[in-house]
Design a protein around this ligand. Sequence first.
Ligand code: DQA
Length: 145
Amino acid sequence: MAGILVINGPNLDILGKREESVYGKLTIDEINAKLEEKAGKAGKKIEFYQSNHEGDMVDRINGTDAEGILINPAAYTHTSVAIRDALSARDIPVIEVHLSNIYAREEFRHKSLMAPVVTGQISGLGGRGYFLALEALMELIDERK
Ligand code: DQA
């Protein structure tokens, strides 16, 4: 594939129908469509993956030949050593995105196990965070060439 892999974790399949005041109105398909359009304009390949299952997400990370990963690990952000280790094993830029500001919410959300092993993190900007992350990721990928 090469290009960019976008990974969304648990319950992001119900985005748009889920706690709208926290996560916004955009569905995952709407976010992905916009990402696809932006990547296409920049001449970059992009692929999308959503799973509610930790091990499946690990398999996807381990199996990809993408040049960069944009990931919202959702609830696994705060719990998954397995996903963190999989990301840590990859020598490619990785951007962690959260729709909500995880630092302004319950205390258990303040810690991201991913943060120390990703290139950067965007939290609290809603769907916009994905679009900004894509721009940054494309630049980071180009800088490595
Ligand atoms: C989230 C924040 C997580 O704490 C939560 O479990 C999610 C979504 C976000 O995008 O704001 O499912 O990653």
